[in-house]
Design a protein around this ligand. Structure first.
Ligand SMILES: [Zn+2]
Length: 687
C-alpha cells in the first residue's frame, strides 16, 4: 500500500482545513550557543540572585547517596530534530494556550484573577518555563514570569502561597516544581524564603489538616521539592516534613507488594464507590487512577532518599513489572482510560499519565542509576508522547490507543472516560491534559545528561542536544549530534575549558547487543546491554566519543499472543489512511474526528521477520514522511472487526482469509500514524 500517500494526505488535509489559524512557521535556530547563554538573567522585582544557583547539587547527608543527579534546569539545550520538535510545541498550543483557553488566561487565579485557581496554571507553567529557556524565547519567558512573579509576590501571611480561593495542598505541589526550576534558571532570591515559609506552615498545619484525595496520592511529588530545598538549606524541619508527608501519604509500595488490581477495572465498582461520597476519593477510584499510578512511579525511589533503604529504592522495578504484566501496552505505558484497563491494545492511556510517567522515570533513573529505566523513558518519549498529538501540536487526545482504528464520538471500551476522550482537540473529555502536557518534551530534554556522584557525566537518554555545565570545577560544553532514535549513531564532542579527568558514563540500551564505542576514533570496550559503559580519561577540547547502537527489528509478544514490532527505541505501527473531519472550531484551534480510509485487520505469522529501511529524515520526524520503516508480511483476518469505532480485542490465533493473498505491510513509527494497528494477531498455523 502507498503509505506515503496516506501521510501526505493527512497533512495536506490539515493544511487545507486550516487547523492552525496562526500557521506555525518552523524556525531553525541552529542550536549553536555560547556558554554565556546560561548566564543568570537578572530577576525581577529588584531581588538579587542566590549564589551558584546553577550548580549541580546532590542531596547531602543524612539523605541517601544516589548515582546520578539531574543537571540544573537550563543546562541542556535541544538541537537538531529535538529543537525543531520543541519549536513545534512553542508554535502550537505550548506557546499560545493562554491566548485561547481562559483557564490559563489573564483571569487565572495564579495571576491574581478570579478564574481557575487550582492545578491548571501550575501545570501549564511546569512545561512553559523550561520550554521558554530551552528555546531562549523572550516572549515565552515573559509569559512564564507573569505567573511566577505573582506567586512569589503574593504569599499569605501564614506562609501559604497561591490563590486565596482554595487552600488545597495538591496544586501547590505542582507550583513547587515550577519554583525549583525557576530558581535553577535565575537564582531568584524570593524562591527559597517562600518555599521555606510554606513548608514550615505545612509542617504545623498538616496534623489538623492532613493530606487528602489527590494530594494524599501524590505526596511523593511534593517530597521532590522538599528534598530539593533541604539540599540547599539543610533545614532539619524539612526532614520532619518529609516523614510526615510519607506517613500521611498513600502507601504505593504496599499496594504493589501485593498487587490486587490484575484486570480491567469494573466501572460499576467505581460508580458504587463514587456513590459513597467522600469514600471515592480515599479508595479504589484513586488507587487505580492512571495519572496517580504514573506519578507513583517515583514514590519509592524518592522516599529512599529519606529512608536510605535499598528496598525502597528498588521497589520501582516491581511496580513497573506489575503494571506491565497486567496493564502493559506496547507503547511503553500501561492502560488507564481514567482507570487501569488491562492489556487489550484497544484500551487507552491518558496524556497526563504519559508525561507524568516520563517525569517519574527521569527522577527514578537519577536515583537508581538503572539503565533499563532509560530504555523505558525513551520508549514512552519517542512513541506514546508524540503519538497523541497532531503534527503541529495544536490538538491532542485525552486517551490514545495502540490499536486506534478511529477517533470519533462513538462509545469506546473505556473503563470510565467519556465519548470525547480520543478525539484530537483543545480539551477533549477534560482539560487536565491540555494544561499538563507541556512538561513532556522540555523535561525529557532536561534529563538527557546527568551529573554522576563521582564527579562525571552520564548520558541517560539520547537525542540531539548541547550541555553547558561544570565538571570538577572546570566549565565544560558538550555537543551531542545525532538523529537517534531514527538513526543509531551518536557523536559526542567535549569542550572543557582546560583538560580535566572524569568518568563519562554512556547508557547501553538493553536492545543493543553489540554497541560500538570509539574515543577519538579508537575503539574502547563497550558494556553489557542494559548497563552504563564508563570511559574514564583526561578529556581535552575537541575530544569525540562515537556510539553506534545495534538495533534490529524485534517482534514482541503481547495481549492474546499478539505481536508488536520495534526497532531500537521506536515502536512501529501499520498506518491507516486518515480522513480528518473538523467537528467544531475551538478558538485558535479545533476539535477533530478521524475516520479510517483503508483496511487494517491484518495478522502476521508466528516468527514473521520484519526488514528495516531508512529514508530521509524529514523536518519534523514524527510528522512524517517516516524516516524509518519496517516491512513485514501480513494476511487479512476478516473475522477481526471494529465495534463503535474501536477494534475488537486482538483475536488469539485467528484464521487468515483463504481467498486473499499475503501482502507486505509497511510499518511506520507509532507516532507518525495517528490511526494505527500496533498489536497484530498471530495467525493460527494451518492444521
Ligand atoms: Zn489529563
Amino acid at each position: 500500500m502507498a503509505d506515503t500517500d496516506v501521510l501526505t494526505g493527512r497533512r495536506a488535509f490539515i493544511r487545507a482545513a486550516g487547523t492552525a489559524v496562526a500557521a506555525p512557521v518552523l524556525s531553525f535556530g541552529g542550536g549553536a550557543f555560547a556558554a554565556g547563554a546560561f548566564a543568570a538573567v537578572a530577576p525581577n522585582g529588584g531581588s538579587t540572585a542566590d549564589a551558584s544557583f546553577h550548580s549541580v547539587v546532590f542531596p547531602p547527608p543524612p539523605l541517601a547517596k544516589q548515582p546520578f543527579q539531574l543537571l540544573p534546569t537550563g543546562a541542556i539545550k535541544p538541537t537538531g530534530w529535538l529543537r525543531r520538535q520543541l519549536q513545534v510545541q512553542a508554535d502550537g498550543l505550548g506557546g499560545h494556550l493562554d491566548e485561547t483557553w481562559p483557564d490559563v488566561g489573564p483571569d487565572s487565579g495564579w495571576l491574581g484573577g478570579k478564574g481557575e485557581s487550582w492545578e491548571r496554571g501550575p501545570y501549564f507553567l511546569d512545561g512553559l518555563l523550561p520550554l521558554a529557556w530551552q528555546l531562549d524565547s523572550e516572549p515565552l519567558k515573559s509569559k512564564a514570569r507573569r505567573f511566577i512573579d505573582w506567586t512569589l509576590d503574593h504569599p499569605w501571611p501564614d506562609g501559604m502561597f497561591g490563590p486565596r480561593g482554595n487552600d488545597d495542598w495538591w496544586p501547590r505541589m505542582v507550583m513547587l516544581k515550577v519554583l525549583t526550576q525557576f530558581h535553577e534558571l535565575t537564582g531568584d532570591a524570593r524562591v527559597i524564603p517562600l518555599m521555606t515559609n510554606y513548608f514550615v506552615h505545612q509542617l504545623q498545619a498538616l496534623p489538623a489538616r492532613p493530606l487528602r484525595d489527590w494530594g494524599r496520592m501524590r505526596w511523593q511529588d511534593e517530597l521532590v521539592s522538599v528534598v530539593w530545598l533541604y539540599s540547599r538549606t539543610s533545614d532539619p524541619r524539612l526532614l520532619e516534613l518529609a516523614k510526615l508527608l510519607q506517613a500521611q501519604g498513600y502507601d504505593w509500595q504496599g499496594m504493589f507488594a501485593n498487587f490486587p488490581f490484575k484486570a480491567k477495572v469494573d466501572p460499576e465498582a467505581i460508580k458504587k464507590e463514587a456513590g459513597a461520597g467522600d469514600a471515592f476519593m480515599e479508595d479504589i477510584g484513586l488507587q487505580v487512577h492512571g495519572v496517580n499510578n504514573a506519578q507513583a512511579l517515583k514514590a519509592s525511589p524518592v522516599w529512599s532518599q529519606v529512608s536510605g533503604k535499598t528496598a525502597d529504592r528498588e521497589a520501582v522495578h516491581h511496580q513497573l513489572a506489575m503494571l506491565d504484566q497486567y496493564h502493559g501496552l506496547p507503547n511503553g505505558m500501561f492502560s488507564a482510560d481514567e482507570h487501569l484497563a488491562g492489556r487489550n491494545p484497544s484500551q487507552g492511556v491518558e496524556l497526563c499519565a504519559v508525561v507524568e510517567a516520563m517525569y517519574s522515570l527521569e527522577l527514578a533513573l537519577a536515583i537508581t542509576g538503572d539503565a533499563a529505566i532509560g530504555d523505558r523513558l525513551e520508549r514512552i518519549a519517542f512513541n506514546a508522547l508524540p503519538g497523541t498529538f497532531t503534527d503541529d501540536m495544536w490538538a491532542h487526545q485525552y486517551d490514545q490507543q495502540p490499536n486506534q482504528v478511529e477517533s470519533s464520538l462513538h462509545r469506546r471500551p473505556w473503563t470510565t472516560n467519556g465519548p470525547e476522550a480520543n478525539l484530537f482537540g483543545l480539551d477533549p473529555h477534560f482539560g487536565c491534559c491540555t494544561a499538563n502536557f507541556h512538561q513532556g518534551w522540555p523535561k525529557f530534554t532536561a534529563s538527557l545528561w546527568m551529573a554522576t556522584a563521582d564527579g562525571g557525566l552520564a548520558a541517560a537518554a539520547y537525542a540531539p542536544c548541547e550541555v553547558a555545565t561544570t565538571v570538577r570545577g572546570v566549565p565544560l560544553r558538550l555537543e551531542q549530534a545525532t538523529d537517534y532514535p531514527f538513526r543509531q549513531q551518536v557523536r559526542i564532542t567535549l569542550h572543557p575549558e582546560s583538560p580535566v579527568a572524569f568518568p563519562l558514563r554512556l547508557r547501553i540500551p538493553g536492545w543493543s547487543p553489540r554497541t560500538a564505542i570509539k574515543v577519538n576514533g579508537q575503539s574502547v570496550a563497550a558494556a553489557a546491554p542494559g548497563s552504563f559503559a564508563t570511559v574514564e580519561r583526561s578529556w581535552k577540547a575537541g575530544d569525540t566519543v562515537e556510539l553506534a547502537f545495534d538495533a534490529h527489528p524485534v517482534a514482541e509478544a503481547g495481549f492474546n499472543g499478539s505481536h508488536s514490532f520495534t526497532f531500537g527505541a521506536l515502536v512501529f505501527s501499520l498506518p491507516i489512511r486518515e480522513n480528518w473531519v473538523r467537528w467544531r472550531k475551538r478558538g485558535l484551534t479545533a476539535d477533530w474526528q478521524v475516520y479510517p480510509g483503508s483496511r487494517w485487520n491484518y495478522g502476521v505469522s508466528a516468527g514473521a521477520r520484519a526488514v528495516a529501511s531508512e529514508h530521509a529524515l524529514p523536518v519534523s520526524p514524527f510528522a512524517g514522511p517516516p524516516p524509518l520503516t519496517l516491512a513485514v508480511e501480513g494476511r487479512p483476518v476478516p473475522a477481526w472487526k471494529a465495534e463503535e469505532g474501536a477494534a475488537d480485542p486482538v483475536p488469539a490465533q485467528p484464521k487468515a482469509a483463504v481467498d486473499e493473498p499475503a501482502t507486505i505491510l509497511t510499518l511506520v513509527p507509532y507516532a507518525v500514524a495517528k490511526l494505527r494497528i500496533t498489536s497484530f494477531p498471530v495467525i493460527a498455523s494451518p492444521s
